[in-house]
Structure formats: C-alpha cells, structure tokens
Design a protein around this ligand. Structure first.
Ligand SMILES: [Zn+2]
Length: 379
C-alpha cells in the first residue's frame, strides 16, 4: 500500500511539473522546412500546439525578438555505450541519436530508461550490425553475432527486431572479412519485408554502388576511395531512393590517422571526400548529419555542429544543412513527432542568439534547449 501511495504521489508530482506551458513571441523560426520571420510558438504539456504571428495565451511569455528557434538536432550515426553519452548529446541540443552497432540487452535498457527524460537524448538503435565472422564490428570486445549465408538472413533480422532494433545496419568492409553482396541483398529484402529500413556501412565506391543497386535505404558513411561520376549517380537515382550520412568529420579525422600509418593506400583527400557530399546534395540525394562518436575521439554533443559547418563549407545552403540534422532524420528514419516546429510535434527545440542561416558556426550560440517543453540542464 505504501508503495502504491508513493506511485500515485510521484505520478501526480510528475504531471504537475511537466505542465510547462509557454509562448515564445516574435522569433525567427526554422520549422524543419522553411524560415518564418516574426512568429510565435505556443507550447503546452510538452507539445507544440500553435505556430502563428499572434497568439493569445495566459502562459509565460519568452521574448524571442532577434533570436532564432529551430527543432532539436538528431545525430544519425553514433555508438553510445552509456548514459553519459546521451547526457552529453542533450546538453548540446542533440535530443535524438541513432546507434549503428552495439550491445543489444544494454541498448534496450538505455532506450527504456532514458526515453522522454529531459537531460538525455532519446536513443534509437540497430542492435548488432550484420557482419561476417572476423569482419568489421567484431573487434570491439563485445559480443557481435555474425552470418555468412543467404539462408541465415531471416533469422538474423528476426533477432534484431526481437532485441528492439528500429532499423537494420549492415557492414560491407573489404579491408577485413566481409559479407557477400548476395547476403547483403537478402538482408535488405528481409528487412523491407519486415518494415525496417536497411542502412549500410561502406568505404568503397564500388560497394556503395552495389548495395544501393540492391535496394539499401541509406549509407552510413560516404566512400573514401574514388569520386563518383554523374552518370553513376543518375543510374543509382533511377533504381532506388536513398539517403547518405556522409560522416565527413569522422572521415577526415580517421583518414588523417590512417594516411600516416599506411601511406601506400590510396584514399581521396579530405577536400575530395567533402566534394562527394556536395555532389550528392546537388543530385538531390538527401543528406543526414552524423559523426560516429566515439570514433576519432568525436564527442556526442557539440561535434555535430562541426559536421554541419563542413556541409556548409562544401557549398550546401545553410537552410538545407539545418534539415540534415532535423527534419531529414525524422523523415527517413520514420520518427513521427520530432524534427519540426509544427503543431502536433514534440517541443524539442533550440533557441539561439544568432542565426545559423547567416553562419553555420552560430550553432554554438544556443541559449536554451527544451525537451518536451522542459528546459535541459546544460551543466
Ligand atoms: Zn559507426
């Protein structure tokens, strides 16, 4: 009885403190698609309930004059092994992260524990990535199931879905043992039959070409070896709709180390790799921002701004860069009520002193982060 009482009291206390209603007035909004000057946004019970120039409300008013409001960020490629990573992400305004290979029982626990918890990013995961015995992904010291044959694909995917995976990740990495393209194709087809998208790790253009031809929904890195031709892009576009998470920052930092240790390998320069992302953008391929922490000592928070700055420096318009970390991840990974400042979406939002449309580095001027209408503690 005592514990039941405690439950009732704490649920009541939660519902009182969670009712944070406020209106931000006269603010410039990037709503996930377009800019709206001098508008107002009403938040009630954690949700965005109205976006309009004039809103009458008795709620607390926040003066947004001269400020910039945008959806919270998503990092579309991470490996998060502890709550600290989710906290570091949230304190930089990264309120959703997509894990691309990790420890399944632990991942389910992290997801359930921190879902909708103000100071931690929401956690989505692929579970264990599909890889060959001895392949990339098996070297990290935690159990990683493997497969070799087409006939094993259905069982492999079923296990990931049972473990709570939101999407399927596949690894094609020919510097080690790797899956054949027959197995990869089967994995993609089984994932689609079970309503999951399938994203693929590649490092070579030829593999990118093959997996996209075989129906992959996205790549979690851009290739490092050769420039793609316009003709190749056009053929791929005609076969399949896909997105790319280029992980430029990761590629630049990792390759700096790799070039030193094995100078005989031929990789494109950092500038050439960046130019590949711009080529994809120019061809209308959606890009998603991801940084692959903790690889190359990249952090889970502010380093995502560096990826956005790299996109901007590549020549991608800043409004389009903002989409790579807000609406695009929601759209392509199927997050229902995040990534936009629109009625009916969660109030996961960032208030900035300076506009990132003027300069992408202004992402550093975030002053307030809200998760479901509650202010994230940034200490
Ligand atoms: Zn990764």
């Amino acid at each position: 009885m005592k514990s039941l009482l405690f439950l009732v009291v704490s649920v009541f206390a939660f519902s009182v403190t969670s009712a944070q209603n406020f209106v931000i007035k006269n603010v410039t909004v990037f709503d996930g698609e377009k800019l709206i000057e001098k508008t107002s946004v009403l938040v009630e019970n954690g949700m965005i309930v109205r976006v309009a120039p004039k809103i009458n409300s008795n709620s607390e008013v926040i003066d947004g004059n001269g400020k910039f409001l945008m959806p919270a960020l998503t990092n579309s490629h991470v490996h998060a092994f502890s709550a600290l990573s989710l906290n570091e992400a949230a304190s930089a305004g990264v309120l959703q992260v997509f894990d691309m290979h990790g420890m399944e029982p632990y991942q389910r626990q992290m997801q359930e524990t921190f879902k909708d918890s103000t100071n931690y990013a929401d956690f989505y995961y692929a579970g264990s990535a599909a890889t060959a015995p001895g392949g990339h992904g098996t070297q990290f010291g935690f159990p990683a199931p493997t497969l070799t044959m087409v006939a094993e694909a259905t069982d492999f995917i079923d296990k990931r879905i049972e473990a709570g995976a939101s999407y399927i990740k596949i690894i094609v990495e020919p510097w080690k043992e790797t899956l054949s393209h027959y197995v990869v194709k089967e994995l993609i087809e089984v994932a689609h039959r079970k309503d999951k998208i399938a994203v693929v790790h590649v490092s070579k253009l030829d593999d990118a070409y093959q997996v996209l031809s075989n129906g992959a929904d996205g790549l979690v890195h851009v290739w490092w070896d050769l420039p793609i031709t316009q003709e190749e892009i056009e053929v791929l576009k005609s076969k399949n709709e896909f997105f790319v998470i280029p992980t430029l920052l990761t590629s630049h930092l990792a390759l700096e180390a790799i070039r030193k240790s094995s100078p005989t390998n031929n990789f494109m320069t950092n500038e050439a790799i960046t130019a590949e992302a711009k080529k994809l953008y120019d061809a209308g391929i959606p890009l998603l921002a991801g940084t692959d922490p903790p690889n190359a000592q990249i952090n889970y928070g502010t380093d995502l701004y560096r990826e956005m700055v790299l996109f901007s420096k590549a020549g991608i318009p800043n409004i389009e860069v903002l989409k790579t970390a807000t609406s695009n991840p929601s759209k392509y990974f199927g997050l229902k009520d995040m990534g936009y400042i629109k009625e009916g979406f969660k109030a996961n939002m960032l208030l900035l002193d300076e506009s990132p449309i003027d300069k992408m580095d202004n992402m550093k001027t975030i002053t307030t982060i809200w998760k479901m209408g509650k202010e994230v503690d940034r200490n």
